[in-house]
Design a protein around this ligand. Structure first.
Ligand SMILES: [Zn+2]
Length: 170
């Protein structure tokens, strides 16, 4: 009788082993296929300007793509600091896609169509920053509520505007 139980127990163990192996195999295949499907988002890259992990700042992060490269940034100011650096030789025409984070809605919006408020009390991950908005009305409202200095479009932000904003002068 004892032997009968032992044999039964042995079979049960074997059955469990087979089932768990099969389950394991299935999970492995699923993981592999999902890994293949995931494309690296520039918003998850380390900031191309300061090196901080952009993914840790979902309320401020930004990115742009050119025909040959993609760059993620922790904040709007890092995007402009990188884009306006002559050494990187990037013009507005080179940028095929660019998004920043709307301060009020925290949604990603087109960087080239956004309105940027400078000099406000609201700081970004790196300190003084431009706060982006989808509409001019929202930018105006924010400027009044948060004591902003000025509203810029994408084209209006150049190296001298950037440097004054970073120094807290505008
Ligand atoms: Zn940065």
């Amino acid at each position: 009788m004892k032997r009968f139980f032992l044999v039964c127990f042995g079979f049960l163990c074997l059955a469990f082993l087979i089932i768990s192996c099969q389950t394991q195999e299935r999970t492995d295949t699923q993981e592999t296929s999902s890994e293949v499907q995931v494309r690296p988002s520039p918003l998850e890259q380390d900031c191309s300007f300061c090196g901080m992990p952009s993914g840790e700042f979902p309320k401020f992060n930004a990115y742009f793509k050119t025909a040959s490269s993609q760059h993620g940034f922790c904040s709007t100011r890092c995007l402009f600091a990188f884009y306006l650096n002559d050494e990187n030789q990037i013009t507005a025409a080179d940028i095929t896609e660019a998004q920043v984070t709307d301060y009020y809605t925290t949604k990603k919006i087109e960087a080239k169509k956004a309105f940027y408020v400078s000099g406000s009390q609201q700081k970004g991950p790196m300190g003084a920053d431009f706060m982006p908005f989808d509409t001019q009305d929202a930018a105006q409202e924010f400027k009044i509520d948060h004591k902003g200095e000025a509203i810029y479009t994408f084209e209006q932000i150049n190296a001298s505007v950037l440097s004054e904003v970073l120094q807290g002068k505008k």
